[in-house]
Design a protein around this ligand. Sequence first.
Ligand code: BEZ
Length: 212
Amino acid sequence: MATLHLGDIAPDFEAETTLGKLHFHEWLGDSWGVLFSHPADFTPVCTTELGMVANYYPEFVKRNTKVIALSVDGLESHLKWIKDIEEIQNVTLQYPIIADPDKTIANLYDMIHPKANETFTVRSVFIIGPDKKIKLTLTYPASTGRNFEELLRVIDSLQLTANYSVATPANWKDGQDVVVSPAIKDADIPAKFPKGFTAIKYYLRMTPQPNK
Ligand code: BEZ
């Protein structure tokens, strides 16, 4: 599988998951989606990640975003592992984990990087929009657990910039000022951004977050 790029349609697939069989695109429906992979079941960092996502689950729901994990082990193994995750982190896993023992989906999404590890997937993340297009990809090594607050922050930015002619600056968090898109002329700003703007440079114009 060639590398997937931003703007590509996220490949569709059928999968066995811990919450039953699903067709990916059908399961996504009109929601945003986060597909994230794990090197293997019963591994320590993955265990903390899956529990953390269960903790943040209501935040994903608030953002109309479905989350789904993938690990290249079988269903029986996943179901046993979930018991550990729930016990250790005092959570209930509300989202599915894909069973992918033959690595069909891992290969479809280019999640196996043989020079890092020939068997296991890296920690991939795909954020997918309601149009089924890939909006973000991240690739972390097995040794680094991901920061799920960062994923929520990116979803906030993606959802904002999908609806307004703005971009979000470094370390931006929901509620903070945003950058007016360079495509907007100064003369057109008052109509589009009635809260006003500050020109720090002609190419760097800040405005209060328009949907707050
Ligand atoms: C882990 O999830 O803990 C892990 C998996 C593979 C290599 C190193 C750590």
